[in-house]
Write a protein that binds this ligand. Structure first.
Ligand SMILES: [Zn+2]
Length: 475
């Protein structure tokens, strides 16, 4: 789009812009201030959760923002009730229709809402957004039921379950668990029956976790085995090859680490490995098929509810993590309207250490720098750290730089867009927890990339300065 400003022809983007706004910010700042900020930034859509909160006392409740495994005191950029970190108690903003969960071991927990806490905040946000010409999406986590039972938790190849600190948030259920899946579908119906006027639904954490090294060796639960056998996957060969690789990672030498880089740098050598590892290929295909199957069920349910017009969005890991997480953007783009790869650089800043420390625990003789030089390349991450140590890789503190190169994330997005083949819109989710200078690079990179727009996680990390940068660069 071109327009003439002061005699100079400038390129104007009309790319989509959406922001996730936790209702607690409306509770704290007031609806007018929040929406004035959003409107000033020309936001086209908001995403909300359907929870409200109240301050918790004496260390109770949950820290907000969460520390995401080792958050080095992650702080908000906008205070909630005067604080940049706060402990909150959460409540559902609506009464669940518990009949929808009949026959399931999972159902939402209803807590009494204290007097003075306004349950109508999400409704008011929907109304205000519509008044200001913005779309409204609801974000939910269908596979995180209250207290996931052991039988529905992911299982690694050695038979163990994820334990802290292997998971970044509490463990979400295996996508193939019939009970967890049933809960997820019931929750989707429940929330949409209560908020039928919203424009879109975005699902988060409907994938296999890929935050720890062990995650790449899941899931071998009985639900996955049953589904794999039913769908014609060779479960025995999958088990055997995944187990061999698990054992190989427990007896590594420095030379083997270096040799692994020769393999991944050469398409021919990589192909050679895959041709002779049909079990691994089947394992990755199986995970992708499982995630896609859940989205197909969601789409079918939306059709049955006569909500065909609702925008269905899939939010998940970008390449290369989507390979092992099952986010098969090629097939998901045929079911979903929007694909949302997460650009959460704070997590990618810590992943090399999370993986690396496991490798070192399994192989105490290996050096930190050898491990990190290898893992960083396995993940296709780039940084300009000369001598890598574990301490270089952590979730940054406030105003601390991320050890990642922002512009390189464009390659990941181009890969997703290739996978999608034009079937859906690509709206990556950019996390605003970064320095102002990095935020400037992120917004400019997304503006100039091939993506159709962006979502921002979240309002509370957008300081006034970051809003200003967004306004200067995006439109
Ligand atoms: Zn499983």
């Amino acid at each position: 789009m071109y327009s003439v400003w002061e005699g100079v022809v400038k390129v104007k983007t009309k790319k989509f812009l959406g922001i996730f706004v936790n209702p607690v910010f409306v509770q704290s700042e007031g609806i007018k201030k929040v929406f004035d900020n959003l409107e000033n930034a020309s936001v086209q859509a908001i995403a909300i959760s359907c929870n409200i909160a109240s301050p918790a006392e004496n260390g109770r409740g949950r820290r907000f923002p969460d520390l995401a495994r080792d958050g080095y005191k992650r702080l908000l950029a906008r205070p909630v009730w005067g604080k940049y970190e706060i402990r909150l108690k959460y409540f559902s903003a609506y009464d669940h229709n518990l009949q929808l969960y009949d026959g399931l071991p999972y159902r939402p927990v209803s807590k009494n809402v204290p007097s003075g806490v306004d349950r109508e905040v999400p409704d008011a946000m929907i109304e205000e957004a519509k008044k200001r010409g913005m779309q409204v999406y609801i974000m939910i986590h269908p596979l995180i039921p209250p207290d996931t039972l052991a039988k529905d938790q992911p299982v690694f190849i050695d038979g163990s379950n994820p334990k802290p600190p292997q998971y970044i948030f509490k463990p979400w259920a295996c996508v193939n668990s019939p009970d967890a899946g049933g809960y997820g579908l019931a929750l989707i119906k429940d929330v949409l029956l209560h908020y039928p006027s919203v424009d879109g639904l975005m699902l988060d954490f409907v994938e296999y976790s890929a935050y720890s090294l062990e995650d790449n060796f899941a899931c071998f639960c009985k639900h996955c085995e049953a589904r794999a056998r039913e769908k014609g996957f060779d479960w025995n060969i999958i088990r055997s090859e995944v187990n061999s690789f698990w054992k190989w990672l427990h007896s590594l030498t420095s030379d083997e680490l270096k040799h692994s880089l020769c393999i991944i740098r050469s398409p021919s050598r990589t192909l050679e490995r895959l041709i002779h590892s049909p079990g691994w290929l089947q394992f990755l295909q199986f995970k992708a098929e499982s995630v896609v199957a859940f989205y197909k069920q969601v789409r079918k349910q939306l059709n049955e509810m006569e909500m065909q017009e609702l925008t269905l969005s899939a939010r998940g890991g970008p390449p290369p993590w989507n390979r092992t997480s099952g986010m098969d953007y090629r097939n998901l783009s045929e079911i979903c309207d929007t694909i949302m790869p997460k650009l959460f650089t704070f997590a990618y800043s810590a992943l090399p250490r999370w993986f690396g420390q496991t490798i070192q625990a399994w192989n105490p003789g290996l050096s930190e720098s050898d491990i990190l030089d290898t893992v960083v390349e396995w993940m296709d991450l780039s940084d300009d750290i000369k001598q890598r140590t574990f301490s270089s890789y952590h979730i940054p503190g406030k105003d601390e730089s991320n050890p990642v190169i922002i512009k390189d994330f464009n390659n990941r997005l181009e890969e997703v867009i290739d996978q999608m083949r034009g079937n859906a819109l690509c709206h990556p989710f950019a996390h605003a927890y970064m320095t102002d200078s990095e935020w400037r690079q992120m917004v400019a990179m997304l503006r100039d990339s091939s993506v159709d727009g962006m979502w921002i996680q979240m309002y509370g990390y957008l300081s006034d300065q970051k809003f200003k940068i967004l306004g200067e660069l995006w439109y």
